[in-house]
Ligand binder design. Structure first.
Ligand code: NAD
Length: 357
C-alpha cells in the first residue's frame, strides 16, 4: 500500500465541480489498487482574492511544496476581470509554477476513436489516429528574457530577448527523452536553428543529450515546417520537445486536432517527482454551477499525475481505458455532443467512468 499527499487547488467557476469528480475517480483507483490518497484543499485564484485579498497566499504555496503532487482545477472569472494584471486570479498559476520550479509543460493531444468526427481535419489525415505529447519548456525563452523599449532611427522600438542556457535545454530534453522512452520511442525536436543563435545552442544541446538515449529515434523540424506537418501528417508524431514560445503555439495547434477543450489534460513537471496537473480549459463561468462541464480533462490530468508523479502506470491506464469505454458507449457531455449520442451532465459522466473502473 502506498500513501500519497495531494494538494488540491480547485479554484473558481467549474474548477470545484470537475475536481470533485476527479477525486471520486482517484479514490476508486485507490480502493481498486490499494493506495491511499490524502487531499489537502487550499485556495488559489479568485476565491483566494475574496478570502485573503491575493490570488496565491503563502499558505497555499507551502502546502503545495510539502505535498507529493498538486491538482489544479481552473482559476478566474468575470468577477475579477477588472483587477490589474498582477492581482488577477491567473497569477496563481504562474506563481505556483515558479514556486514549485516546474519547467516542463506536458500537453498530450489524443484523438479518441469515438470522437474522430470532432477533428477538423479530413478523415484520411487522421485515419491512423493522433497521439502526440508536446513537451514545452516553461520557464525560459523570450517570455522571461530581458524586455524593454528604446529609440531607434525607425522611432520607438520594443524587444523581448530569446535566451536559453545549456542547462535549461538539457533538463527539458532529458524530460522529453524519458517520456518518449515510455511511449513509442520517437522524439521530434522543434527549433529554428537556421535563423536563431539560441536555436543553434538548443539543437547542439539536444544532440549531446541524445547520446544517452540511443534507443529513442530523434529527428528535427524547423518550427514553421512543424506547424505544417502537424496538420499534414499528425499520426506520425509521438513526442515533440521545444522552447517556450514555439511550444505555446504548437501545443494549442495540436490540441485542436482532438476536437474539444473539455478533453485536454496537462502536466507541469520539475526536477523531482512533484508536479502540477490541470485541465487545459479555464473556469468556464458561462456554465459554472450547472452540472454541464466535461470532467474528462481534469480526470485525465489525475491519470497523468498517477503516471508521472507517482509512477503508477497501470492505474493511469485504467482511468484512460475507462474514459475510452464511456466514449465508445456513446456517452457525451454537451461540449462533445453529436447526433445519436447520449448526453450526460458532469456528475453523471464521472459516474459512467467510475462504473468502468
Ligand atoms: P474557458 O476555457 O474557461 O472557456 C471557453 C469555452 O469553453 C466556454 O464556452 C466554456 O463553457 C467552454 N468550456 C471550457 N471548459 C469546458 C469543459 N470542461 N466542459 C465544457 N465546456 C467547457 O476560457 P475563457 O472563457 O476564455 O476563460 C474563462 C476564465 O477562465 C477567464 O477568467 C480566464 O482568464 C480563465 N482561464 C483560466 C485558465 C486556467 O485556470 N488554467 C485557463 C484559461 C482561462
Amino acid at each position: 500500500m502506498s500513501n500519497f499527499n495531494i494538494a488540491v487547488v480547485a479554484g473558481d467557476g467549474i474548477g470545484p465541480e470537475v475536481m470533485e469528480q476527479n477525486i471520486n475517480v482517484l479514490n476508486k483507483i485507490g480502493q481498486k489498487f490499494g493506495h491511499s490518497f490524502k487531499y489537502e484543499s487550499v485556495l488559489g485564484g479568485g476565491c483566494a482574492i475574496d478570502a485573503y485579498g491575493e490570488p496565491l497566499p503563502q499558505h497555499t504555496i507551502d502546502v503545495c511544496k510539502a505535498s507529493d503532487s498538486v491538482l489544479l482545477g481552473a482559476v478566474g472569472g468575470w468577477k475579477w476581470d477588472t483587477l490589474p494584471g498582477d492581482k488577477r486570479p491567473e497569477r496563481a498559476l504562474l506563481g505556483l509554477r515558479g514556486a514549485l520550479g516546474l519547467f516542463a509543460n506536458l500537453r498530450p493531444a489524443t484523438l479518441h476513436e469515438a470522437l474522430k468526427d470532432a477533428c477538423p481535419l479530413k478523415p484520411e489525415f487522421v485515419e491512423n489516429g493522433v497521439d502526440i505529447m508536446v513537451v514545452r519548456e516553461l520557464t525560459g525563452g523570450m517570455y522571461f528574457g530581458e524586455k524593454g523599449r528604446k529609440q531607434t532611427d525607425m522611432g520607438e522600438a520594443a524587444y523581448d530577448v530569446e535566451q536559453y542556457s545549456v542547462k535549461e535545454v538539457e533538463r527539458i530534453t532529458r524530460t522529453a527523452f524519458e517520456i518518449a522512452r515510455k511511449r513509442k520511442k520517437h522524439l521530434t525536436n522543434v527549433d529554428k536553428q537556421n535563423v536563431l543563435e539560441s536555436s543553434r545552442l538548443w539543437r547542439s544541446t539536444v544532440l549531446e543529450v541524445a547520446k544517452d538515449y540511443p534507443d529513442v529515434e530523434l529527428d528535427h523540424l524547423y518550427v514553421d515546417n512543424a506547424s505544417m506537418q502537424l496538420i499534414m501528417r499528425p499520426s506520425t508524431f509521438d513526442v515533440i520537445v521545444t522552447g517556450n514560445i514555439f511550444g505555446d503555439i504548437l501545443s494549442d495547434e495540436a490540441s485542436q486536432l482532438t476536437g474539444s477543450i473539455g478533453m485536454l489534460p496537462s502536466a507541469s513537471l520539475g526536477e523531482g517527482s512533484l508536479g502540477m496537473y490541470e485541465p487545459v480549459h479555464g473556469s468556464a463561468p458561462d456554465i459554472a454551477g450547472k452540472n454541464l462541464a466535461n470532467p474528462i480533462a481534469t480526470i485525465l490530468s489525475g491519470a497523468m499525475m498517477l503516471k508521472y508523479s507517482f509512477g503508477l502506470q497501470e492505474e493511469a491506464k485504467t482511468i484512460e481505458d475507462a474514459v475510452a469505454k464511456v466514449l465508445n458507449a456513446g456517452y457525451r457531455t454537451g461540449d462533445i455532443m453529436s447526433e445519436g449520442m447520449k448526453k450526460l451532465g458532469c456528475k453523471e459522466m464521472a459516474e459512467a467512468i467510475l462504473a468502468e473502473i
